[in-house]
Design a protein around this ligand. Structure first.
Ligand SMILES: *Cc1c(COP(=O)(O)O)cnc(C)c1O
Length: 383
């Protein structure tokens, strides 16, 4: 389907709401009925028609249709955060005594869910280096129910061969889940490569303005219906109608924003790669990336994230470099209009994020919508 049509029109039945160009925010928890017979009928389809907003809301329904189409999925669900979407997806596939294989260093709270939270329920997890297919084959057991992927990883940018992992998993009847936040559905569609479930932190590119926290889960009608009936309705981490509307507004410009962020990123990366103080560049489309060929094969374009190792003797030098940047705000998250840096050395005193093997001179960059010249001048000054 034409992407611009999805972003501008799909799911918007304007005649049903006074031909408003922008859809109304159905800020209502419940919907009423003229008689018992109509109410009884509505209860049969409570997830497909207005009844109660946790199950169905017309504003959210427009958003779900767009997101599913963008991911080439049959259906989607929208959650209060990316982490809620990840948790619902993972918990829908495992029971006590099951085993999960996950790529090493997934998003930090996905890691905690797999390696701490789910242990309480007797679910085991093996973390592997996902750059080699044979590591998956070796880690899979009789009781493996799920493979968790994040390609590329959003901190160190390793990739997995999605098609190859999906076909290995299919042979063994294992569900595959891919966190696609970095690439966005515009640059990578894991479902077309055989992946079963795709999640996004919509707090990043999909929302796109650093003003909301939300998550997306896409998959087959069958899988999404099952998750709707259990994790979505029972754990209840739903999106509010107002935030769904903000996401619809964010989607209008998704293509423009992602294209701009990606093209500026390439210019910024090209500049940094020439600088002697850059010890290492971590960026999937870079000539120095060991999986560049795979990146270009399975992704239409890069994303606006990359990391560097800054050549420095002391932690203070890294701090000084970060403090000197004016156009890159020091903040977590990414995917908004503003460029950002996240230095690993900022995690030093937090017990929630012990990254262990990640070097303290690693700085993660996000390139937003500023002009490349402005960002490069800022970097030149700080270097
Ligand atoms: C931010 C992020 C998440 C978590 O999303 P929230 O919306 O913050 O809950 C998950 N995966 C990746 C790759 C992320 O960047």
């Amino acid at each position: 389907m034409d992407i611009s049509d999805i972003l501008n029109h799909l799911g918007e039945d304007r005649e049903t709401y006074s031909n408003a160009v922008s859809p109304p925010i159905y800020q209502s928890s419940n919907f009423c009925f003229k008689d018992v017979a109509t109410m009884r009928e509505a209860l049969i389809k409570e997830f497909d028609e207005p009844f109660y907003t946790r199950g169905y809301n017309p504003t959210v329904a427009i958003l779900r249709e767009k997101l599913a189409a963008l991911e080439a999925a049959e259906d989607s669900l929208v959650f209060a955060s990316g982490s809620a979407a990840v948790a619902a997806a993972i918990m829908s596939t495992v029971s006590q005594g099951d085993h999960v294989v996950s790529v090493a260093r997934p998003y930090s709270w996905t890691d905690k869910l797999l390696n701490i939270y789910l242990q309480r329920f007797g679910v085991e997890c093996t973390m592997i280096d996902g750059t080699e297919l044979e590591n998956f084959s070796r880690a899979i057991r009789e009781n493996t129910k799920l493979i968790v992927l994040e390609s590329p990883n959003s901190l160190t940018f390793e990739l997995q061969d999605l098609e190859a992992v999906a076909s290995l998993a299919k042979e063994k009847g294992i569900t595959t889940l891919c966190d696609n936040s970095y690439a966005t559905p515009l640059n990578q569609q894991p479902i077309t490569m055989g992946i079963d479930l795709v999640v996004h932190s919509a707090s990043k590119y999909i929302g796109g303005h650093s003003d909301l926290v939300a998550g997306v889960l896409c998959g087959s009608s069958e899988k999404i219906a099952a998750i709707m009936q259990s994790e979505y309705m029972t754990l209840g981490g739903i999106i509010s109608p107002h935030e769904a509307w903000m996401m619809i507004r964010g989607l209008r410009t998704l293509q423009l924003r992602v294209e701009k962020s990606c093209s500026t990123t390439k210019e910024v990366v090209a500049f940094l790669e020439q600088q002697p103080r850059i010890e290492k560049m971590m960026f999937p489309f870079s000539d120095s990336h060991p999986q560049q060929e795979l990146a270009k094969r399975q992704m239409k374009d890069c994303g606006g994230l990359f990391s560097i190792l800054l050549r420095a003797e002391e932690l203070e030098e890294v701090e000084r470099f970060c403090n000197k940047l004016n156009k890159f705000l020091l903040a977590c998250s990414w995917g908004g209009h503003e460029s950002l840096i996240f230095p690993m050395c900022a995690l030093r005193d937090s017990k929630n994020y012990q990254h262990g093997e990640i070097p303290w001179n690693l700085i993660r960059f996000y390139v937003g919508l500023e002009d490349p010249e402005t960002l490069i001048a800022d970097l030149r000054g700080a270097l």
